[in-house]
Design a protein around this ligand. Structure first.
Ligand code: SAH
Length: 454
């Protein structure tokens, strides 16, 4: 994938000082997915062009990938090497980080000044809408020329190309230009190639500073940049200015978010380096554990192959850098059978899992987890049955999910946890999750077990 930026500011070769890159040299960067090259196809006093070429290694990208489209060659043969995407944005940060921060050692006054620039992105995906590039860049003051052609002139029957050839012209500060491209390229592509977490909000706010707030497509930009993750969008939204057209609602994390955050905090506080997520489901907890360097080995286990497939997709395991991927194992198994793979871990989480087993079979899980796997810490969450009275739509006596075999009151949970702790040589503490009702208690209850007898 290719990006070129040209200027006719005189002397144009000052572009080299602004980017901290000597126009006479080619620089090669090592990226998580391949290589980046920075070079100058032209460098005269009248006109200077810098090019950033990113070569994605399709084999690196394909590792562990089943082929999202179901086509067997899809992991190897796809548009990722050519189409501008978040890979290009990441490479921009590697290549032009200093300029993106607005600094220039040799030409600080030029860095602060709007200069005439032309940008060319010869292959930019614009999923579903050829006018989107225009709606994104024009409000920022650019002249936008976006053209689409045939996918391949030799084979007109293949139809039109889904890619734009985009040219932008404008007089802007280089720092702003780079920020606009950094945010809007992945927005046009509308896929992201690594897991998105809270760090993405920081990037959006940092590079969106000064323009995103008032951009007419702010909603769409935020939604797509944050990969359609609602919780992140809400959190980002809270940072925008108050004189907003929409009424503001306070940002209250969902019960699910609160639960996962509480479990993650408990695991981190335990000091564990190796963790089990037992009954990991679609990987919501795993997604929060992965970015934490404290956890060097994470094993997610679930009985259902279907949810494990969903977990793999949600985590975009196939596209994560190796340093992430190597720390995680996702595997199928049942908590009602002894499993030697679960031994030797520092901590385990059972988040909303125990209630999915028949109450009279729960003893099998107890033996597997507390007697055989025997991690140093075990965190268990389960609904508080008493709180169900507060769910307006829940007829008395019903559980929250059809698949819950039981739901316990606070006393029932406490009795169970204390008996288990006693029987298997653990100590146990309890914590409320979610906003507690004075009489009924919290919506979710959590027990934290700590092994006392090795
Ligand atoms: N912990 C996840 C999922 C909770 S739903 C979350 O908080 O999002 C309960 C999960 O337990 C389901 O994914 C289900 O497949 C799994 N499960 C049920 N019985 C199991 C068993 N015997 N062994 C392993 N996993 C089981």
């Amino acid at each position: 994938m290719l990006l070129t930026i040209s200027t006719t500011h005189s002397p144009a070769t000052d572009l080299g000082y602004l980017l901290h890159k000597n126009p006479d040299r080619t620089l090669t960067l090592t990226l998580p997915v391949g290589q980046g090259h920075v070079f100058y196809p032209e460098a005269t006093p009248e006109r200077c062009t810098v090019a950033l070429l990113v070569e994605v290694d399709p084999v690196v990208l394909s590792r562990g990938r089943a082929g999202a489209s179901g086509l067997p060659l899809e992991p190897y043969v796809n548009d990722r090497p050519y189409a501008a995407s978040s890979f290009l944005s990441s490479a921009m940060r590697e290549a032009f980080g200093t300029a993106m921060a607005g600094r220039s050692k040799e030409r600080p006054e030029l860095a602060a000044q709007a200069l005439p620039f032309e940008v060319h992105l010869p292959a930019l995906p614009s999923r579903g809408d050829v006018h989107l590039a225009d709606r994104l860049f024009r409000p920022l003051g650019y002249q936008v020329t976006a053209s689409t052609g045939l996918l391949d002139d030799t084979f007109p029957e293949w139809g039109p190309s889904p890619y734009l050839d985009l040219k932008l012209g404008g007089t802007v500060r280089l720092q702003d230009l780079l920020a606009h491209l950094y945010v809007l390229i992945p927005v046009l592509d509308d896929t992201k190639h690594y897991y998105v977490d809270e760090a993405e909000i920081d990037k959006l706010l940092r590079y969106g500073a000064g323009w995103l707030d008032t951009h007419p497509e702010r909603e769409l930009i935020t939604r797509r940049f944050l990969k359609h993750r609602r919780a992140l969008q809400r959190a980002a939204q809270a940072h925008f200015t108050e004189d907003d057209l929409e009424p503001k609602r306070p940002v209250v994390p969902s019960l699910n978010d609160q639960r996962l955050e509480a479990v993650k905090a408990a695991l981190m506080a335990s000091g564990a380096a190796t963790v089990l997520d037992l009954g990991c489901g679609e990987g919501n907890l795993l997604a929060r554990l992965l970015p934490e360097r404290q956890f060097t080995r994470i094993l997610g286990l679930d009985v259902s192959p279907r949810v494990l497939t969903r977990a793999r997709e949600n985590l975009r395991l196939d596209e994560l850098p190796e340093s992430y991927r190597n720390r995680l194992i996702l595997t199928q198994g049942s908590l009602t059978y002894r499993d030697i793979r679960l031994r030797g871990f520092d901590a385990a989480a059972l988040v909303e899992v125990i209630e999915h087993l028949d109450e009279n079979r729960l003893w099998t899980l107890e033996r597997v987890v507390f007697a055989d796997a025997r991690p140093g810490h075990v965190v268990v969450t389960t609904p508080n049955e008493e709180f169900n009275a507060r769910w307006a739509s829940l007829p008395a006596g019903d559980t929250r999910h059809a698949d819950h075999r039981f739901e316990w009151t606070r006393v029932q949970f406490r009795n169970w946890a204390e008996r288990v702790a006693d029987e298997f040589g653990y100590g146990v503490n309890f914590q409320d999750i979610g906003e507690a009702d004075e009489a009924l208690g919290p919506p979710t209850q959590m027990a934290m077990f700590r092994r006392e007898i090795p």
